[in-house]
Structures are given as C-alpha cells and as structure tokens.
Design a protein around this ligand. Structure first.
Ligand SMILES: Cc1cc2nc3c(=O)[nH]c(=O)nc-3n(C[C@H](O)[C@H](O)[C@H](O)COP(=O)(O)OP(=O)(O)OC[C@H]3O[C@@H](n4cnc5c(N)ncnc54)[C@H](O)[C@@H]3O)c2cc1C
Ligand SMILES: *[C@@H]1O[C@H](CO)[C@@H](O)[C@H](O)[C@H]1NC(C)=O
Ligand SMILES: *[C@@H]1O[C@H](CO)[C@@H](O)[C@H](O)[C@H]1NC(C)=O
Ligand SMILES: *[C@@H]1O[C@H](CO)[C@@H](O)[C@H](O)[C@H]1NC(C)=O
Ligand SMILES: *[C@@H]1O[C@H](CO)[C@@H](O)[C@H](O)[C@H]1NC(C)=O
Ligand SMILES: *[C@@H]1O[C@H](CO)[C@@H](O)[C@H](O)[C@H]1NC(C)=O
Ligand SMILES: *[C@@H]1O[C@H](CO)[C@@H](O)[C@H](O)[C@H]1NC(C)=O
Ligand SMILES: *[C@@H]1O[C@H](CO)[C@@H](O)[C@H](O)[C@H]1NC(C)=O
Length: 540
C-alpha cells in the first residue's frame, strides 16, 4: 500500500484539528443558549473574535505587554458576567466542550495566566462585578472579585477616615487574584496579609454551585485565602475585616546614591527594618540613575520610602533611636490621611482620590519579575554584586524592591492560611526588569538578565526550598505539564516554594473539590491521583 505523503497527513491533521476547534466554539455557544433562561439578555456579554470589541475587551486588563502580542494564544470566547448567576452555565458548557476556563479579575498576573493558555479556553472576565459595600459600623466590607484595590480603598475612605485595609499598593490590582494569592502592602508589618482579614467568601465550584463560607466548609475556605483562586473555582466576592488606622499618618521618602552611602544604609536597614515598631514601615526601591548631566556616568539610587501609622512627633524620636544613620528630619515628613498615603504610595498627587477608581494602569510595559526571601543580612560585598548587575545594559529600567517583614507577620502561624512566609524572613526582594521593544530576541536579553541576577542571589537568600510568592507568579520555578498526566513530584517542585508544607493540604482540598482537575493552569494545585478525567491526560 502506498504510504500517504507527509503533506497529506498534515492536511488531514490540520483539517481535523481546526474543524473540531471551530465546532467546539459553536457547540459551546449553543450550549450556553440552552443554559440561560433568556440568552438574549446575556448575548451582549459574550465576545468571540468576530465581535469588533473582542480585542479591546481582551486587551483592557492586560497589564504586561509580553502577553499582548499577535502570537499570544487568545481565548475562543470572553464572557463578562454582570451577575453571579451568569457564571454557572459558563462552567457547565466549558466542561461539556473540553474548554479550559481562565478567570480574570484585574489581569495583573505576572505571567498572564488569567488570560493566556495554549489549550482551547474561555475567559471569564469579572470586569463588571466590581461592587464594594462597606459597613463602617461592623468594620467589614463585601468586595466583588472584579473590584480593584483602588475602588476598595476609595469606598472605605468614603465611609470613614479611620478605617483601612492592608492590601497592595497598586490601585488597579484586582481583588480576585490579589486576595486569593495572599496580598500585602505598606501595612503588612502592622496587620499582616490581605488574606488574613477574609471572614467570608462566595465561590462558584466546578459543579456550578454557588457557595459561601458555611456551605464551602473550612478546608476550601482556607485554601482560597492564599492558595490562589484559579485552582478551586471562580471566586465571586470576599467579605473582609477592615482595620483601624489613625486620622493622621506620616510618610517620607529619602533618596541616597552610592556616593551618599546607599550601600551602608541598606546594609544597616537589614538589621533594623523588621524589628522596629510595627507602626513603622520602611521599604527600599533601588535603581540605576545617571550621576552626571550628560548621562556618561551612572550610580545606584536607593529610595527609602516609608509610612508611619502615627504623627511626626512620635516618628522622629523612633527614627533617632533606631535608624539615626538615615538622618530623617521633620522637613522630610508629611502628615496626611490614610487614603492620601494610598495615593502617595501609588505615585499619584494626594489631592484627588478619584483616580483610585480608574481601572487603567498608567504604566503598562513589557516586564519580567522574580522574588526572593532574605533570612540573613546580605554582606556589603553581596549588595555590591547586585549593583554591578544593575550597571549592565539590560538593567537600565530594572528595579529591586525590598519589603521589610516583622510585626504581625511574625505572629501568624505558617499554616493559618496557605501563604506560608512568616517568621524567619527579614525581608522580601522583588526584582523587576522592564523594556520597550517588542521583538522576542530583545525580550530574551532582559529575561536572561533577570535570571542571571536570580542565580547571583542564590547564596544570599532562602534555600531548600528557595521561597517564592504566588502573587509574583514566576513560571521559571516549575510548571505542570497540562498535556500529560500531572505528577505530584513535578508539581511539588514549584508548590513547596509558594506554599511550603501547606502544599499537601492544598492538594487534599483540591482532590475533594475538583478531583477531575477541571480548573487548571501551568501552576494550579493538582488533585491526588492526578490527571484522571483530564482531556489532555490521555491524548499523548
Ligand atoms: C503593577 C502591579 C503591582 C502589584 N502590586 C502588588 C502589591 O503591592 N502587593 C501584592 O501582594 N501584589 C502586588 N502585585 C501582584 C498582584 O497581587 C497579583 O498579580 C494578583 O494575583 C493580581 O490579581 P488580579 O486579579 O489583578 O490578576 P489576574 O491576572 O486577574 O489574576 C491572577 C490569578 O488569579 C486568578 N484569579 C483572578 N480572579 C479570580 C477569581 N475571581 N476567582 C478565581 N481565580 C481568580 C487568575 O486566574 C490568575 O491565576 C502587583 C502586580 C502588578 C502587575
Ligand atoms: C429577554 O431579554 C431581553 C433583553 O433583556 C428582553 O428584551 C426580553 O423581553 C426578554 N425575553 C423574555 C422572554 O423574558
Ligand atoms: C457578538 O456577536 C454575536 C453574533 O452577532 C452577538 O449575538 C453578540 O451580542 C455580540 N456580542 C457583543 C458583546 O456585542
Ligand atoms: C459592563 O457593564 C456596563 C453597564 O452595564 C456596560 O455598558 C459595559 O459594556 C460592560 N462592559 C463589558 C466589558 O462588558
Ligand atoms: C559615608 O560614610 C562614611 C564612613 O562612615 C562617612 O565618613 C561619610 O561622611 C559618609 N558620607 C555621607 C555623604 O554621608
Ligand atoms: C541617562 O543618560 C542616558 C544617556 O545620555 C539617557 O539616554 C537617559 O535618558 C538618561 N536617563 C535619565 C533618567 O535621565
Ligand atoms: C563614575 O562612576 C564611578 C562608579 O560609580 C566612580 O567611581 C567615578 O568616580 C565616577 N566618575 C565621575 C566623573 O563622576
Ligand atoms: C484613567 O487613567 C488613564 C491612564 O493614566 C488615563 O489615560 C485616563 O484618561 C484616565 N481616565 C479617566 C476617566 O480619568
């Protein structure tokens, strides 16, 4: 018998493949028609590439240009639910048609996992589930998952000048991803993580059931407070406990270059920042700057950026006692309300808080990030090695951010929620590199640079495992292979970096709530006996 030529085979494969894909979108939409009582009332929430606004809706919440290119795999369908009840039929029909679901709240995932997948997928985009209801008397708030942190802070300040919430600094970050991954900001020393303050939640599970804390049970409720939401279902809303903040807080930023002893000051900071009064938070932003007008010489600049939950009169003696080397004086300090400090830390003028409601991040760029936890002070020569790397050409737009631990972070047990990084850590280092060009070969240069920095840091940071933070998602640390049976051993490589020993409990919860592994991505928690029921498990 004549063997068919390669091109015939390819043709057959191509036709089979593209037809089955196309068919599944139609089948999916057909299924949705049956899933809603009145499909007409929701059809304008459903986008496929034939809708002219598909691209702009997809693009709107992309916060890293690395995943906005032509070649980035795109969802077959985007759905923007306006009510909780819009979500269960989507889950049902995606399951029926072998499509994955990616849930997107604010789109800040560092690796784009909320809107990129290389298997056929549907995006549930929560951009229209954004209500925040604050109860100032009970000091609680219900936050719909698609709301941004900026909206949350704005709504709190609307109700009370002395309530706040200890979440991230960037106002466009979504509550759905942020709180389910832990979430921290400038009040972490005083109050811990955002997820520490969740007291109730609503989620749609794999069977399309809408559950609250009571009906989901304490195991699942534990898992979604730091274990990443994407492994467990679609989180609809959080109920959080707000915290008391003083009427006046104090902020300051002091910048020092190498010539002004930046290295010595950072070195000293490592011994101080985690141990001082938890009202005081001093983080450091390090970057390279031109030291001469013509840009022919450069230096490193450290910005000691700080918030104190109290007035200047109490701050000055505290700094004098603990960190006199920084030379803080009254003129460096500015007193303001907590909500103004939110604007200050986000880099906005403090006069108008309306900007907190704006979902458009002003500075969307190409970037790659990595993170480390530091458990022993880094010697000065170790810091100087970082500066040498920052002088390399790829690092013109690089940034190293050091966030102090201590206070409340040391009081909460490692297993209270899945986010495990508590006592034993002095501070966290976030490395970021930004670039402008689009071409892949250029991107690779910058990504190689940050990987070199990461290798360089190995002797100075946490080991066995080298810890990581799921909200600073990094696919370099290990991924599941979604095309094969996911092995426990493979998932454990990245799993214990994010979750330490909590990883095993996360697996038990996953096994109980989603044994078929429907909700999955490159770094989702696998169920025990992994891969069963996964369409892709059997295909290779
Ligand atoms: C500019 C910038 C600033 C940041 N600043 C901080 C900071 O100060 N502190 C900090 O802790 N982190 C910070 N982060 C990281 C941020 O907390 C995480 O990226 C977080 O996961 C983003 O949440 P999101 O909803 O915006 O992202 P998304 O990309 O929408 O989601 C992130 C992940 O969560 C999943 N997910 C989202 N919504 C849901 C849901 N409703 N149900 C189930 N799963 C869901 C997604 O599928 C994805 O896996 C920052 C990130 C950026 C880009
Ligand atoms: C279905 O929804 C559309 C749009 O919201 C509305 O005009 C129509 O009357 C509804 N039909 C039924 C049968 O409820
Ligand atoms: C997309 O196109 C379909 C088919 O024309 C239409 O039914 C649907 O309402 C459109 N979606 C939006 C968001 O306009
Ligand atoms: C969100 O809801 C508003 C008001 O209902 C609507 O005008 C808008 O088109 C919706 N946005 C998306 C992306 O569906
Ligand atoms: C830097 O430190 C050295 C030694 O401690 C000191 O002599 C010098 O005055 C400092 N320089 C500045 C600009 O503070
Ligand atoms: C530093 O100098 C270089 C070379 O002249 C220039 O391209 C760059 O814009 C300068 N950077 C800043 C922040 O001024
Ligand atoms: C240029 O920078 C280097 C390294 O920081 C420094 O040693 C040197 O003195 C600087 N030269 C000038 C002219 O500033
Ligand atoms: C929202 O922010 C973006 C980015 O800074 C800006 O371009 C836009 O004008 C802002 N929108 C409003 C309504 O202020």
């Amino acid at each position: 018998m004549k063997t068919p030529s390669i091109s015939t085979l390819l043709f057959i494969l191509f036709v089979t493949f593209s037809c089955s894909c196309a068919a599944s979108v139609d089948d999916f939409l057909e299924c949705l028609k049956g899933g809603f009582d009145n499909y007409t009332s929701v059809s304008d929430l459903i986008y496929t590439p034939i809708n002219s606004s598909y691209s702009s809706v997809l693009r709107f919440s992309i916060q890293n240009l690395r995943f906005a290119s032509e070649s980035t795999p795109k969802p077959l369908v985007i759905i923007t639910p306006e009510q909780e009840s819009h979500i269960p039929p989507v889950i049902y029909c995606a399951k029926e048609n072998d499509m994955q679901i990616r849930t997107r709240s604010g789109g800040h995932d560092y690796e784009g996992l909320s809107y990129v997948s290389d298997v056929p997928f549907v995006v549930i985009d929560l951009i229209n589930l954004t209500e925040v209801t604050v109860d100032a008397e009970q000091k609680t708030a219900w936050i719909e998952a698609g709301a941004t942190l900026g909206t949350l802070y704005y709504r709190i300040a609307e109700k009370s000048p002395t309530l706040g919430f200890p979440g991230g600094a960037c106002p466009t970050v979504g509550a759905g991803g942020h709180i389910s991954g832990g979430g921290y900001g400038s009040m972490l020393r005083k109050f811990g993580m955002a997820a520490d303050h969740v007291i109730d939640a609503r989620i749609v599970d794999v069977n399309g059931k809408i559950l609250d804390r009571e009906s989901m049970g304490e195991d699942l409720f534990w898992a979604i407070r730091g274990g990443g939401g994407a492994s467990f279902g679609v989180i609809l809303a959080w109920k959080v406990q707000l915290v008391d903040v003083p009427k006046k807080v104090t902020v300051f930023t002091i910048q020092k270059t190498l010539e002004q002893n930046a290295t010595q000051l950072i070195h000293r900071w490592q011994y101080i920042a985690h141990g001082v009064d938890p009202d005081l938070f001093i983080m450091i932003f390090v970057r390279r700057v031109n030291s001469t007008q013509d840009g022919r010489n450069m230096t490193i600049r450290a910005s000691f950026s700080s918030i104190f939950l109290g007035g200047t009169d109490r701050l000055l003696p505290l700094m004098q006692e603990n960190f006199p080397e920084l030379g803080l004086v009254r003129e460096d300090c500015e007193e303001m309300s907590w909500i103004q400090s939110v604007l200050y830390f986000a880099g906005f003028p403090i006069e108008s808080r309306e900007v907190l409601l704006n979902r458009t991040q002003p500075n969307v760029r190409y970037f790659k990030a990595k993170v480390d936890y530091v458990q022993r002070p880094i010697p000065q020569y170790g810091l100087e090695g970082i500066w040498r790397l920052i002088y390399e050409p790829e690092a013109e737009e690089a940034e190293v951010i050091m966030t102090p631990y201590g206070g409340r972070m040391y009081e909460v047990s490692e297993s209270a929620i899945p986010f495990p990084h508590r006592a034993g850590n002095l501070y966290k280092i976030l490395y970021l590199v930004y670039w402008e060009e689009e071409e892949d070969q250029n991107s690779n240069r910058y990504i190689s640079w940050i990987r070199r920095l990461y290798s360089y840091m190995a002797p100075y940071v946490s080991r066995f495992p080298r810890l990581a933070y799921i909200n600073y998602r990094d696919l370099d640390i290990g991924v599941n292979d979604n095309n094969r049976k996911i092995s426990y051993a493979q998932a454990r490589v990245w799993g214990i970096k994010y979750f330490k020993n909590n990883f095993d409990r996360l697996i038990r919860v996953k096994t109980a709530v989603d044994p078929e592994n429907f909700f999955r991505n490159e770094q989702s928690i696998p169920p025990a006996g992994m891969g069963h029921g996964s369409t892709y498990a059997s295909s290779i």
